[in-house]
Design a binder for this molecule. Structure first.
Ligand code: NAP
Length: 257
């Protein structure tokens, strides 16, 4: 009898601890910056909803989920309305403290298709759909989850190449990437204005130049994913409503639009 009550108390205690755990959702989490967010939040003992458009091929993410019982791998293409609705339905009662809109496409920055004079208009819809509209759609679909959480934070990973005040680092080309990130900043800025009434913070974060797997020859300015994401998690932890609508770098530096 005493053993049964101890087990019951133990179960109630662990359910309670799980319920108190903060939750983060990360889009595009099978590689690069998204995967590192999952790794670091899981190590901090958060509950992590890690989404990817190809769960069966996401070997490193699935290996990480086998090591940590606090990671759930979920199917999500940020341009697919049906998948978004299914996932929002599945987690309808789950508060999400931090929603990280990370999924993005960059294409070939230097390639002719993104240079004025030889722009490839056929790929523009993909850039806008993933980089600009994706974060807006995901934020709209999971807004109630964020609003009912304790921390109430939405983050969108932007890029200095989408920031006019930075003069795009003097970098030519990358038209579709620049335009889609600037459009995302505008979308999230508008959400930030409206979300303030609910106490929800919406902030754009630039990760720095990050030596993710796809970067073949990172130059001297590149930083490791470990450093970038550690910095962004620190920034996220310190966010207040005054940072809503702002563009912040991984080291906390603030940029005008
Ligand atoms: N690395 C940098 O230096 C840097 C600098 C500034 C900003 N950023 C931004 O940081 C974010 C992550 O970049 P990264 O360097 O980690 O790039 P990455 O290695 O190319 O990863 C991009 C991620 O987005 C996912 N994705 C692409 N289209 C998607 C869709 N329709 N639905 C769901 N997921 C989709 C990819 O999934 P698949 O594997 O299925 O393609 C992948 O998981 C991006 O928004 C990027 O613009 C990166």
């Amino acid at each position: 009898m005493r053993l049964v009550s101890c087990v019951l108390v133990g179960l109630i205690f662990s359910a309670d601890v799980l319920a108190q755990r903060p939750t983060v959702m990360v889009t595009g989490s099978n590689r690069g910056i998204g995967l590192e967010f999952v790794r670091q939040y899981a190590a901090k003992d958060w509950f992590v909803i890690a989404t990817t458009r190809r769960p069966h091929q996401a070997e490193r993410l699935r290996a990480l989920a086998r090591e940590h019982n606090n990671i759930r791998v979920e199917l999500l293409d940020v341009t697919n309305g049906e998948q978004i609705a299914d996932l929002a339905n599945k987690y309808q009662d789950q508060p999400i403290d931090v929603l990280i809109n990370n999924a993005g496409v960059s294409g070939d920055f230097m390639g002719p298709g993104q240079r004025f004079g030889s722009l490839d208009y056929a790929v523009l819809d993909t850039f806008l759909g993933v980089n600009a509209i994706g974060p807006l759609r995901i934020t709209e679909a999971f807004y109630k989850n964020v609003k009912t959480s304790r921390q109430k934070k939405v983050v969108a990973i932007t890029a200095l190449l989408g920031v006019h005040s930075f003069n795009y680092g003097g970098f030519d080309g990358a038209y579709w990437y620049k335009i889609s990130k600037a459009a995302m900043n505008a979308a999230m800025y508008n959400v930030a204005r409206e979300a303030a009434k609910d106490g929800v913070i919406v902030t754009m974060l630039t990760p720095g130049e990050v030596a993710v797997e796809k970067v073949e020859n990172p130059g001297p300015r590149f930083i490791t994913p470990e450093k970038s994401i550690r910095g962004m998690i620190d920034v996220i932890e310190g966010l207040t409503l005054e940072d809503s609508g702002a563009i912040l770098r991984y080291n906390g530096r603030r940029y005008a639009f």
